[in-house]
Design a protein around this ligand. Structure first.
Ligand SMILES: Cc1cc2nc3c(=O)[nH]c(=O)nc-3n(C[C@H](O)[C@H](O)[C@H](O)COP(=O)(O)OP(=O)(O)OC[C@H]3O[C@@H](n4cnc5c(N)ncnc54)[C@H](O)[C@@H]3O)c2cc1C
Length: 493
């Protein structure tokens, strides 16, 4: 089975997608359900968003489908990482100067959004004139000279505000307390440690201690609700070892495995789910080896809290699911599988180009990733004893398609704190899509890390997440049954 996985790594995309599309095909009834759900979710979401203000409205105006939205997001992400002022100024100049901010002025009904658009327009004009001789008036020069630090401060503040949108809390205790209201509405939470791959052994040790503390805190809060009803933790293996790469396999297994095992044992002692995050494609083999070693370790026999993330954008995703199902069957675990589309697409493409490889390990068309996602989902639904499917997506059609494919299967949706709730607020709760939801919340964010707050902000994109569980069979809600056709992004034949 591992050979079958390897064979798909850089396989021909067109032929492989056709084959996956056959598996992913929705019946016309399923397609209608999926489209209806997507439409119902989107219509309500847009109406709700129109009422909202602040960061949500700002993000709606500067959406990621616009050049300006992408510029802002890049800026937000990057500014929080750049330590020196000169580079920050250069980045601001680069990102802000090229946007068509004027087009956004007055486009939103929110004062905050318009003020931001005006601010960006003016900032863009100022920084764009940096080398522009046509506007070489003394005034501009003065503003520019004094302006950049001001602009930097302003943008920095705005980005921190934006970052807060995704931050559950600074400490695990705060995070645990902060989600009670959502918990009461049907959400439950799993937590991730903020941070990147460890660069040094000291980093790795600090992350290890942070994870251990977080597991203890989550474990106490979980109060033995178990791996499905209770909160869980996600672990990034590259944060626990400075050389989490294939070439260091021996060292990784000698040094990292005992650490992961001790964290897993700790999680088991509290009966909370422990999830291994998916990272870059060239780490997949190592992560699969790690998963197999842990799942077949007799100390975890009979415990169902081991989880693994699969990225549908990888061409290997579908055979990876087969392998995980097989592992679940032969190890006697019901493995938790979080299906995501994948967060490192640009990196994968760039890396393959730089290395001059024959083909990419990921799909190059978004629709192909979507097809792969549904093919993987179908396989997961077909093996309920070996896997517990967790669908992490913010895509309304994908949510609809999963609901349509699920039948009576047990599964849960997952979203990211600060990003997905507006969408999932339309899903969670018996008065919404009628999906019964287990509720609980917990958190274990970056509190234990000693870096400054701005470091934490950068890491919150795509980390903290809320789980919305659909623990068993349920009747389709009126919202799904009655919703008209949505005419959404792609159609499976
Ligand atoms: C709870 C949660 C946990 C997550 N954990 C992880 C994790 O551990 N590891 C990880 O990698 N990601 C993780 N993600 C991020 C996830 O992989 C996606 O990047 C993100 O959710 C966007 O996908 P979507 O279905 O919500 O949105 P959509 O808009 O439907 O899909 C966007 C995704 O499509 C894919 N895509 C975009 N353009 C192309 C293209 N040209 N060709 C092929 N594919 C393309 C990319 O994967 C992109 O992220 C997580 C997400 C959530 C919600």
């Amino acid at each position: 089975m591992r050979a079958a996985i390897a064979a798909r790594c850089r396989c021909d995309e067109a032929a492989w997608t056709l084959s996956l599309a056959e598996e992913a095909e929705l019946s016309s009834a399923q397609l209608a359900t999926a489209q209806g759900t997507a439409r119902a979710l989107t219509v309500t979401l847009r109406a709700e968003r129109a009422k909202s203000g602040g960061v949500d409205a700002l993000m709606q105006e500067f959406s990621l489908s616009s050049h300006e939205g992408i510029a802002l997001m890049c800026l937000a992400e990057a500014l929080l990482r750049i330590p020196d002022v000169a580079t920050r100024d250069r980045l601001i100049r680069d990102k802000i100067s090229r946007g068509d901010w004027r087009a956004h002025v007055g486009a939103s009904s929110h004062v905050f959004v318009n003020a931001a658009a005006w601010g960006l327009l003016i900032t863009g004009k100022l920084v764009a004139t940096h080398s522009d001789r046509t506007l070489a008036s003394g005034l501009t020069a003065v503003v520019r000279r004094g302006g950049e630090p001001l602009i930097r401060k302003g943008v920095d503040l705005a980005m921190r505000l934006l970052g807060k949108q995704f931050v559950t809390a600074e400490t695990i205790e705060e995070a645990l307390a902060s989600g009670r209201a959502r918990e009461a509405r049907g959400y439950r939470f799993s937590y991730d440690m903020l941070g990147e791959a460890a660069a040094t052994a000291t980093d790795a040790e600090r992350y290890f201690q942070s994870y251990a503390n977080a597991i203890r805190a989550i474990g106490r809060a979980s109060a033995r609700r178990g791996v499905y009803a209770g909160p869980g933790i996600s672990v990034k293996l590259s944060a626990l070892h400075p050389r989490y790469t294939r070439s260091q396999r021996q060292r990784v297994f000698a040094e990292l495995l005992p650490r992961v095992k001790s964290l897993l044992l700790l999680a088991k002692s509290y009966d909370i789910g422990f999830n291994i995050d998916a990272e870059e494609a060239d780490r997949l083999d190592l992560s699969l080896d790690m998963l197999e070693t842990l799942a077949t370790d007799s100390e975890f026999a009979g415990w169902n809290g081991i989880g693994f993330v699969v990225q549908a954008y990888q061409k290997r995703a579908r055979p990876v699911i087969d392998w995980i199902v097989d592992l679940g069957e032969r190890s006697g675990h019901r493995l938790m599988v979080r299906l995501v589309k994948g967060a490192y697409w640009d990196t994968e493409i760039k890396r393959a180009q730089i290395e001059g490889l024959d083909d990419y390990p990921v799909f190059t068309r978004k629709e192909h990733t979507d097809v792969s996602y549904l093919a993987c989902a179908r396989r997961l639904f077909a093996a309920p004893a070996a896997v517990y499917p967790q669908f992490a997506t913010h895509n309304a059609f994908t949510i609809g398609a999963i609901c349509a494919l699920a039948g009576d299967a047990e599964f849960e949706f997952q979203c990211l704190h600060g990003m997905g709730e507006a969408l999932y607020d339309q899903v969670v709760g018996s008065d919404k899509l009628g999906l019964p939801c287990a509720a609980s919340q917990d958190s274990a964010t970056a509190g234990a890390l000693s870096r400054p707050a701005q470091f934490h902000g950068a890491r919150f994109f795509g980390r903290s997440r809320a789980r919305i569980a659909r623990p068993g069979a349920s009747a389709r809600s009126p919202a799904i049954r009655g919703a008209p056709d949505a005419g959404v992004a792609f159609r499976l034949r």
